[in-house]
Design a binder for this molecule. Structure first.
Ligand code: GLU
Ligand code: MG
Length: 445
């Protein structure tokens, strides 16, 4: 039987699987193949092109060291397969790894970069990371909702969308937790349970793609753009992290240490804060990300660890459990200086490497803040070791490029390629005013 007749026999529904990578732009790109070819594709993948990594979020191409040369393979991974059935049609995709023709991980494969960060964490400390990405998004249709921050009516108006989305998340093998009408106009927040290792970043990609598809199915258009309107709030991505020992006991909490941070958590957090200004170009990587990272929007503006403070870059989250063993399992720290323009794999890799650096340097636990530190004078901020995070992507990119330690966590040419990619994005919006930039970004994220 020919491949084509297989397609016709099944009336084409669900016959194509999209092999995907989440790239440096945080975009999900790839190619589709016939389901009947799955076995072969799982081994040999799809042809992929090095210069694709320079394609920015607006489809411009940064200065490429690869030119028209070279070949790679995008190998779909069945462990990251999604089959979203919307009744009249279905969508099927698999995240995958980019490898060289020899089968080696490619330097710019974002999953490989995260795997290497997680391997470093396990090597130096014996722990594994579990994490959960919390996402905020907005529907582009103006529903004319006023007074519906966390509102029931605002939720009910989109109940069908929210219910389909939670079903699809469940069907994708993830654990939906909660969904709500967030504070901002047409803003919603969806939360899933933590996952281990690379799967947590895969889950973040899958969640965003399912949200977009579900919104389309319901005649809506969802955007995860970092900020739509600087006069309002942004859409954050908050990464909750905790650690497991080799025997699966929790390693994040220690009742006998200040604020319950284990020594490991303290050093990890200190590393994240120490290198935050140099990794933020990766976790908040768009030009408009820096409109969100300003005080009094419940995002993050300084390199501080907050105790239950939603304006801190890192936050010690509240625990509701009462039993010590349950507290230890629930205890987690949250990285808040990320947004959905970032590839979740790259963002998590950068945070994990910074944490590892803190562990390797034996940094002491940071002193958590419980106040509005944006009210401190510059002198007081610096006396306490706080810096204002970069206020532009350009500035953030320079901090990354200039930091030998941070550059060294990534493959040799990663920083220069990332810079070229981001410079082309910056150039694309250079002549636009803020409103035009926000409008363009919301159309691509
Ligand atoms: N919208 C805020 C942000 O940009 C977060 C609000 C919240 O704490 O949920 O990160
Ligand atoms: Mg929120």
């Amino acid at each position: 039987m020919s491949k084509l007749s297989t397609v016709e026999d099944k009336n084409a529904k669900g016959q194509l699987i999209f092999a995907a990578t989440c790239d440096l732009a945080g975009k999900v790109r790839g190619k589709a193949f016939l389901k009947s070819d799955l076995e072969r594709r799982l081994k040999r993948g799809m042809g992929w092109v090095p210069t694709n990594v320079l394609i920015n979020c607006f489809d411009g191409i940064g200065d490429t060291p690869f030119g028209a040369l070279g070949d790679l393979l995008l190998i779909p991974d069945q462990a990251a397969a999604v089959n979203a059935d919307f009744g009249t049609y279905s969508e099927h995709f698999m995240l995958g790894d980019i490898v060289t023709l020899d089968g080696e991980p490619w330097d710019f494969c974002t999953r490989a970069i995260l795997k290497s960060a997680l391997a470093r964490l396990e090597r130096i400390s014996g722990v594994r990371l579990i994490s959960a990405f919390e996402h905020e998004f907005q529907l582009k249709r103006d529903m004319g909702l006023i007074g519906e921050g966390f509102g029931r009516s605002g939720f009910e108006m989109q109940r069908p969308l929210c219910e389909t989305l939670m079903q699809q998340i469940h069907a994708a093998g993830l654990s939906p937790d909660s969904i709500m009408k967030e504070y901002g106009p047409e803003q919603y927040e969806v939360v899933i349970a933590p996952e281990e290792g690379v799967r947590a970043a895969d889950a973040a990609v899958i969640l965003k793609e399912l949200t977009r598809s579900t919104a389309r199915f319901h005649g809506e258009d969802a955007t995860f753009t970092p900020i739509r309107d600087p006069a309002s709030v942004g859409n954050g991505v908050h990464i909750h992290m905790s650690f497991l020992n080799a025997d699966n006991t929790p390693a994040t909490y220690d009742a006998d240490r200040p604020y319950g941070m284990s020594a490991l958590t303290g050093s990890f957090a200190a590393g994240v804060l120490k290198y935050l200004d140099a990794i933020i170009a990766i976790t908040a990587p768009s030009v408009i990300s820096y409109l969100r990272l300003t005080p009094h929007r419940w995002s993050a503006a300084f390199n501080n660890l907050g105790f239950r403070d939603r304006e801190a870059s890192l936050r010690i989250c509240p625990v509701t459990a009462k039993e010590p063993t349950d507290i230890a399992r629930q205890y987690n720290i949250e990285y808040r200086a990320a947004d959905a323009a970032a590839c979740p794999h790259l963002a998590l890799a950068a945070v994990v490497h910074a944490g590892c650096q803190g562990i390797e340097e034996g940094l002491p636990a940071p002193q958590p803040t419980e106040e509005d530190i944006s009210l401190l004078s510059v002198a007081d901020l610096s006396k306490r070791g706080f810096v204002r995070l970069p206020e532009t992507l350009d500035g953030a990119l320079n901090r990354f490029i200039e930091n030998d330690v941070v550059r060294g966590w990534f493959p040799d040419t990663f920083a220069s390629v990332y810079k070229a990619h981001k410079e082309s994005e910056i150039a694309h919006v250079a002549d636009m005013d803020t409103a035009a930039r926000c409008q363009l970004y919301e159309s691509v994220y």
